[in-house]
Design a binder for this molecule. Sequence first.
Ligand code: HEM
Length: 130
Amino acid sequence: MEAQLLVKIIHMSAAGLAIVAILARAMTLFIGTQGNLPNPVARKPLVALQHLAMAVIALTGIIALFLKNFEVQPWFYAKVILFLVLISSLGKAYKKDDSILLVQRRAGLVIAVISLIAIIALVIIKPTFG
Ligand code: HEM
């Protein structure tokens, strides 16, 4: 199989995995919370799944960039920025710090989900700017 197609399939599968991980982990901010902290049940597997998915997305994304000789559309830059927003808001939502209120964590999650939806919209619509 052509390398570019294989990398793209792995990239998109990891994106699917990331969606599952983010939605599954989101439930820990609503069910069985402990004070200001998320539900500790299944924390480790959920963290592992989310980290694995994000790492594979970033790695295969960078490999895909090289395979395409960095010839990307303008929307690609928006996607990378949204990916950074996604990572940082998830980090805020699940930080192990009791002083972060549950409502702040949920706000972080909302920003993460909006970023994720925007990324998915970008890769589907592939808008032309300018
Ligand atoms: C949650 C985040 C992400 C999602 C959901 C996602 C999803 C996708 C999808 C569905 C495609 C295929 C688009 C198509 O050809 O029709 C794609 C392509 C691509 N993505 Fe991502 N992506 C994400 C993050 C990233 C990141 C962080 C990078 C860069 C480091 C990246 C780099 C690329 C590149 C270069 C391609 C083009 C591959 C090719 O045409 O061969 N992606 N992405």
